[in-house]
Design a protein around this ligand. Structure first.
Ligand code: SF4
Length: 235
């Protein structure tokens, strides 16, 4: 396998010769296979933010259960959540796991957003300032900050989650263990796309990860098998 180096980390081309630019063809094939994903599945911007916190270290199924309990309790909106007692909030988000920690994060984020004038209060920030503002919140790391920037604020960001790392590494387009910022910057530089594109691509990567390219990949019949280093590797 040929591999280029980007910022000291292996980010290369599985013989494609196009480096991460080949990710565009990956996106097109996934779109043809799975169709538009219509992400993020939420009724409001605040719900996206809450979902991005609840999904940390758990499955979407568990996060959804917590969201449903919040919705049923009338707490899936900024003002009601900010006013909610921390114990009551912890009880509602329990299905998402790490519920005391997540309740503390959601309580702090809600209070902060109220002080900003609501989710819309951050609209005037440029991409870098918005990202920095979210990264300064408790429990918000790069992946969550980028998911919020992309899906709640429509900013052009490639979200580097575990599905993306695994897929890119198996395809031979990345080493997979690059620092978060290295891989994100390399992908955004190679793709140079808008938020709609990153929105769809990330959702498709997750769909493909769930359907085929999970921890144990199911390569037979995969639409990416022809260009996949993992599928071609001798067993
Ligand atoms: S061929 Fe296998 S390893 Fe490669 S992308 Fe498809 S499922 Fe993943």
């Amino acid at each position: 396998m040929t591999a280029a180096r980007v910022d000291g980390a292996a980010v290369g081309g599985a013989g494609s010769g196009h480096g991460l630019g080949a990710a565009r063809a990956v996106c097109a094939r996934l779109l043809a296979a799975y169709g538009p994903q219509h992400w993020w599945p939420a009724e409001s911007r605040f719900e996206i933010i809450v979902g991005a916190v609840l999904i940390q270290r758990t499955s979407w199924r568990n996060a959804e259960q917590a969201l449903a309990r919040l919705r049923a309790a009338g707490a899936l909106a900024l003002a009601p959540m900010a006013a909610l007692d921390r114990e009551a909030l912890a009880g509602l988000v329990r299905p998402a796991g790490f519920y005391r920690q997540k309740a503390a994060r959601l309580g702090a984020i809600s209070a902060w957003l109220v002080a900003q004038g609501g989710c819309e209060g951050l609209d005037g920030l440029d991409d870098a300032a918005l990202r920095a503002a979210w990264l300064a919140q408790p429990g918000i790391g790069p992946e969550t900050a980028d998911a919020i920037a992309l899906y709640a604020y429509d900013r052009p960001v490639f979200v580097v989650d575990a599905y993306a790392r695994r897929l890119l590494a198996r395809l031979g387009l990345a080493a997979g263990d690059e620092p978060y910022e290295t891989l994100r910057a390399a992908l955004e530089s190679a793709l140079d796309a808008g938020s709609d594109y990153y929105n769809e691509f990330h959702a498709l990567i997750v769909a493909h990860g769930k359907a085929r390219c999970g921890v144990r990949p199911r390569c037979d019949g995969c639409v990416l098998a022809g260009d996949c280093a993992h599928a071609r590797a001798p067993r």
